[in-house]
Design a protein around this ligand. Structure first.
Ligand code: FE2
Ligand code: FE2
Length: 282
């Protein structure tokens, strides 16, 4: 039995949600807006590459996990696309940005081999767990005064990333296990995600979203770390992912994540889970 659960939560991407949905931490708001435009592109890239990898996987449990991994990533993409649709309705030029990021990942898929795709996916997925752990360690500071319709959606994405955190590295190690190749491509992945894809999104935001619709510059993420706890742990955790023996399952999910799972099973409305009240009442 796999521990990965596929959930179909209907998040509420309603018309009154602001571009800058997080007045308490606009830097966190900016980070999530960029993620919304990049994540569906890399999630589709992962799913397509895994379709090619699946026949080569001889471990039955791993093959089952890959299937559930793809289903979870598909759900993440569906919600990010709904968030994008909300933003492109208001700023139609962002459709061009969405397409540019998609095209960039299509090129990546076309121009590289399966080993590269699996290394890229493993490296990126390994980085998401420390980031999620850091965000949750600073939950109140980063999400405490934000629109809960977007906060709950973004937090759900990071929580499910905890759930499937070991699948990508397990696939890479099962098929290749070539540590130095993975390490070499860590920097290729970072340049592509943060430089190319992230650069495209920020350029699109500056071009199509008026500065008055944000309280800080669209590309300002500096506040994400100022005054937060666990920065050293986050850095150390990121560095650990670069070691050959790194096992993401050795990282225990924060207690808040376990509570989220319990509340989800208990029937709570996860689409407006955190913060507890609508923005106007905080
Ligand atoms: Fe995801
Ligand atoms: Fe993922």
């Amino acid at each position: 039995m796999s521990d990965i659960t596929v959930r179909n939560i209907e998040f509420r991407f309603e018309d009154d949600i602001a571009f800058q949905w997080n007045p308490g931490s606009p830097a966190c708001g900016n980070m999530a807006n960029v993620l919304t435009f990049i994540a569906p592109a890399f999630e589709r890239y992962f799913i397509r590459a895994l379709r090619e990898a699946l026949p080569l996987i001889t471990d039955e449990k791993l093959a089952q996990d890959v299937d559930l991994f793809c289903k979870q990533e598909g759900q993440h993409s569906k919600s990010h696309f709904a968030h994008i649709a909300l933003l492109t309705k208001r700023y139609p030029g962002l459709e061009e940005t969405r397409q540019q990021v998609m095209d960039s990942y299509d090129q990546l898929l076309k121009n590289n081999d399966l080993k590269f795709h699996m290394a890229y996916m493993a490296n990126l997925e390994l980085f998401i767990t420390p980031l999620g752990e850091f965000l949750i360690a600073n939950l109140e500071k980063l999400f405490g005064k934000s629109d809960r319709r977007i906060a709950s959606f973004i937090l759900w994405h990071f929580i499910e990333e905890f759930e499937h955190r070991s699948v990508a590295i397990d696939v890479y190690n099962h098929l290749y296990g070539d540590y130095f190749y993975r390490l070499k491509n860590e920097f290729v992945m970072m340049r592509h995600v943060y430089g190319e894809a992230g650069g495209m999104v920020n350029e699109g935001f500056f071009k199509h979203v008026p500065a008055r619709d944000n309280s800080i510059p669209h590309d300002d993420n500096s506040g994400l770390f100022q005054g937060t706890v666990g920065r050293g742990r986050f850095l150390l955790h990121c560095l650990k992912t670069l070691t050959p023996w790194y096992d993401p399952d050795a990282i225990k999910a924060p207690a808040w994540v376990d509570q989220w799972f319990k509340d989800d099973l208990g029937g709570a409305d996860m689409a407006v889970y955190y913060p507890a009240k609508p923005l106007g009442e905080l």
